[in-house]
Design a protein around this ligand. Structure first.
Ligand code: PLP
Length: 364
């Protein structure tokens, strides 16, 4: 039986002036809407106790499973307000399907996709006043699930909590989209064959933070991971997939075979690419191919993509090779293909162009 996520009990919403004040400069992940969706799963009863309540702190026993063994997964998607005031989601069915693939890897229970989407839709509908209407601003939605059973034994939790919260977010690039510098890690890894790289789980992020710190020390904003075995094959950033554009019109990205997260933005970019004369090649890309390609100007553009920043142009890669720090600058730091793909994607998300793939769905 599907879960309706009823609103219980009625919660007072923030005054309009307070919401307006926050939406004028929301930042990212700082402010949260009035409500949250929640449901519980137990081995004995399955999913139950679904509801929308006021945003509140969770009560978790100190022996709660997630605090010890990290059995947790999450998703990230956005609600967009269009010119006419309506509110829309972008491919939420893809998030629901991926949530279940992640759950499978972390032995968390399957959540029927319709329940995932209902929880998201209900929360956005109820908190729609929190969806900003300014350019490139949206409501970021964070569904997550974790082992909440009070038990220190090492096994899959017999009680699990599912929650959805939402946070208004400002434009990722406050001063307009500008190219970033990326540190290529050739010592630390985020995922290995047979590991959890393809699951969207908190543990992968915890494992990526040290490399992220190295990147910052190198004056880079993010880190691009290479394969754990040889540090020779490009994988992805801590939370974004990577693409290269070649001078002869190819769009290259590594295959998501086990160690790379299957991004929905990634999938959308590949679907849109032919419209801009790009031929998609999903195949392993070596570090040598990348660096030689930049040197010979065969690789002209590079970008990272994910829900939060949509498409982030990459201006340069930096790495350590044989004890030397080297930097490789892209011939086109924010090239035309990167710009075209980004513009088309945000135009679809905000309903400014035809949604030929049927990716968007109205909530309010
Ligand atoms: C979420 C995520 C992405 C991007 O996925 P989108 O569905 O496009 O937001 C890429 N890599 C990792 C590791 C992620 O967690």
């Amino acid at each position: 039986m599907s879960m309706p996520f009823p609103l219980v009990p009625e919660v007072a919403t923030a005054p309009a002036e307070e919401i307006a004040r926050i939406l004028s400069d929301p930042g990212f992940g700082i402010h949260f809407t009035d409500h949250m969706a929640q449901a519980t799963w137990t081995e004995a009863a399955g999913w139950h106790d679904d509801r929308i309540e006021g945003y509140h702190a969770l009560a978790l026993a100190p022996a709660g499973a997630v605090l010890h063994y990290g059995q947790e997964i999450f998703e990230g998607l956005k609600a967009y307000r269009r010119h006419d005031g309506s509110v829309w989601l972008f491919r939420p069915d893809m998030n629901a399907a991926r949530f279940n693939r992640s759950a499978d890897r972390m032995t968390l229970p399957q959540l029927p996709p319709e329940d995932f989407v209902t929880a998201v839709r209900r929360l956005v509908e109820i908190d729609q006043a929190w969806v900003p209407d300014a350019t490139e601003m949206s409501l970021y939605i964070r569904p997550f699930m974790f082992g909440s059973e009070q038990f220190l034994g090492v096994r899959s939790a017999a009680e699990v909590t599912f929650v959805v919260i939402a946070s208004p977010c400002g434009p990722y690039f406050a001063d307009g989209v500008s190219p970033v510098k990326i540190w290529i890690s050739t010592d630390l890894s985020r995922a290995g064959q047979g590991g959890t790289g393809a699951a969207k789980c908190g543990g992968n992020y915890a494992a990526s933070l040290l490399a992220g710190r190295q990147a910052h020390r190198q004056g880079c904003s993010q880190v691009l991971f290479t394969d754990a075995a040889d540090h020779e094959w490009l994988e992805e950033l801590g939370g974004m997939n990577v693409f290269l554009v070649t001078s002869d019109g190819r769009l290259l990205t590594p295959p998501t075979s086990g160690t790379i997260l299957d991004g929905i933005t990634r999938d959308s970019v590949m679907a849109l690419a032919p419209q801009f004369g790009l031929t998609v090649q999903e195949r392993p890309i070596s570090l040598s191919e990348l660096l030689a390609g930049i040197g010979s100007q065969d690789v002209v553009e590079a970008f990272a993509c994910g829900t939060a920043a949509v498409i982030t142009p990459i201006g340069a890669f930096r790495l350590e090779r044989e004890g030397q720090i080297e930097e490789f600058h892209l011939p086109s730091p924010f090239g035309p293909k990167t710009a075209d793909l980004r513009r088309r994607l945000v135009d679809i998300q905000w309903g400014r162009t035809t949604d030929q793939f049927g990716w968007t769905t109205r909530v309010a």
